[in-house]
Design a protein around this ligand. Structure first.
Ligand SMILES: [Zn+2]
Length: 226
């Protein structure tokens, strides 16, 4: 948390699965100079089969073709083939995480230091496995609704999902907050949700609201949390 020497507040974003609407989301983040962490499954791509979200088709990107699209943002792990790490057992989970990290390292030239739990599921053996493999943070889906700095980074709790009804209230509170302690606003989601819910305006509005402040550090998850 080097930023705390200069700033008291930081904002970061976390989006999962490496799907095609990531490209539109990246454009928005880039336009506002905001930084995001993308949690990717090295073993999945356009031929692995898509799905539907609220009647809209969801497809994965061919990551090999989009290495530069993600430039300026952080690449983190999300398991090789998006397995539920608790259900498959520790040894299979090890393979999912090791091979995802190795593949992403090869592709993006930098070893991932963080991850997001596929389906948000984890247990103590999973956390121990990640620690052993050298992961420094892992994001859950348990929204905290606050901006407090956390110490248990392998069970990291985001502030809120972008569809949380308190999103703009939290943003206003964060912008107005005067603090001596470091505070972090952490927003997460999936870019395909903007397609299905037809609410791209929501993330655009949030980005416009929070961007360009000289008292806020805009960094990736690793830059903000570590
Ligand atoms: Zn996922």
């Amino acid at each position: 948390m080097n930023w705390t020497k200069t700033y008291k507040k930081a904002i970061t974003f976390s989006y999962d699965d490496g799907v095609t609407p990531d490209l539109r989301l990246i454009e928005i983040f880039n336009k506002y100079n905001l930084k995001c962490t993308f949690n990717l499954n090295y073993g999945l791509g356009p031929t692995s089969g898509g799905w539907e979200y609220k009647g809209k088709p969801v497809n994965r990107l061919d990551l090999r073709e989009h290495i530069r699209s993600y430039a300026g943002h952080e690449i983190a792990a999300h398991a090789l083939t998006h397995q539920n790490l608790v259900e498959i057992g520790v040894e299979a989970a090890r393979k999912e995480m090791v091979e995802d990290a190795e593949g992403l390292t090869k592709l993006f030239g930098k070893r991932p230091v963080g991850m997001a739990y596929p389906y948000g599921t984890f247990d103590d053996p999973t956390v121990e496995l990640l620690r052993e493999l050298g992961f420094q943070y892992a994001r859950t889906v348990w929204d905290s609704g606050n901006f407090d700095v956390q110490t248990d980074l392998l069970r990291f709790r985001p502030t809120c999902h972008h569809d949380d009804e308190r999103l703009f209230e939290l943003a206003e509170e964060f912008l107005a907050m005067e603090t001596e302690e470091p505070k972090i606003f952490y927003i997460w989601g999936h870019s395909y949700e903007f397609e299905g819910n037809e609410n791209w305006d929501r993330i655009e509005k949030l980005c416009r609201m929070v961007a360009g402040r000289d008292d806020i550090f805009y960094g990736t998850n690793a830059e903000v949390l570590l």
